[in-house]
Design a protein around this ligand. Structure first.
Ligand SMILES: Nc1ncnc2c1ncn2[C@@H]1O[C@H](COP(=O)(O)OP(=O)(O)OP(=O)(O)O)[C@@H](O)[C@H]1O
Ligand SMILES: [Mg+2]
Length: 236
């Protein structure tokens, strides 16, 4: 397994928000993480990338323990995080925003080659490479955020709220792009997604997080076919 999270507990002060979380993401897998507002999805992603400290539990990548590593060390070891709300530098150009993802890399030629790959992968963004990031559409901004994440050459890409503010047709397109890139680069993807139906359709496996606990996991189609899940999350 590329990414393994084991018995993870996370609290803000005295308030525990994640309880005994066990999840894994293998190379070549797209994993969907769904759950209602406040369930702890962002907290989980932030803890994996080292922005929150767990109370207990382990996080490892390719068998290497990351639990005590700094966020920068985790980027070097292969964790990239596309944060909720994208967090682009609105006043900087598209190209500069994407290059920020390569800030720990020193091989200039390789970085330039990867930048070209991003522009091939996301042609809408290539056409706007010199435009200020804040002037792009929501879907284009999400592509810039994805490209920035990929520029660190991750083993695992964490994506928080892929669909935030985007039309379903745009989300579907992004999912397809992620699939293609993921196959080409052979990485694992953990994506937090509000659109449960789309998430389980597009993902290999999924986890449902409910008030800080994983209450269900399975293959995408299994979860989609589960009556209790259909009632609770799809309203059908
Ligand atoms: N920095 C913080 N300090 C205290 N409590 C926090 C902090 N960040 C999050 N929380 C609380 O932790 C819980 C989980 O929040 P989190 O943002 O992880 O949920 P989420 O599943 O990502 O929700 P959403 O779908 O709304 O993005 C919430 O009850 C939230 O209020
Ligand atoms: Mg969140």
């Amino acid at each position: 397994m590329t990414l393994v999270v084991k018995d993870l507990n996370v609290a803000y002060g005295d308030t525990q928000v994640l309880w005994d979380i066990n999840i894994s993401v293998a190379k070549g897998e797209v994993i969907a993480l769904v759950g209602s507002n406040g369930a702890g999805k962002t907290t989980l992603l932030r803890t994996i990338s080292g922005l929150n400290r767990p109370k207990s539990g382990q996080i490892s990548i390719n068998g290497q323990d990351l639990t005590q590593a700094t966020p920068a060390q985790r980027v070097r070891l292969g964790v990239a995080h596309v944060p909720e709300g994208r967090q682009l530098f609105a006043g900087l150009g598209v190209r500069e925003n994407i290059l920020i993802g390569a800030y720990l890399r020193t091989a200039g030629q390789e970085v330039r080659r990867d930048l070209d790959f991003m522009f091939e992968t996301f042609p809408e963004v290539a056409a706007r490479r010199n435009q200020q990031a804040g002037t792009l559409s929501g879907g284009e901004q999400q592509m810039v955020a994805l490209a920035r994440g990929l520029m660190s050459r991750p083993q695992v890409l964490l994506i928080d709220e892929l669909s935030l503010g985007l039309a379903p047709v745009v989300v579907e397109k992004l999912f397809n792009l992620i699939r293609n890139v993921q196959k080409e680069l052979g990485i694992g993807v953990l994506v937090v997604e509000q659109d449960v139906e789309m998430a389980f359709e597009m993902a290999d496996r999924g986890y449902i997080l409910d008030t800080g606990m994983i209450v269900k996991e399975g293959r995408g189609e299994e979860l989609l076919g589960d009556d209790a899940i259909r009632k609770a999350y799809l309203g059908i």
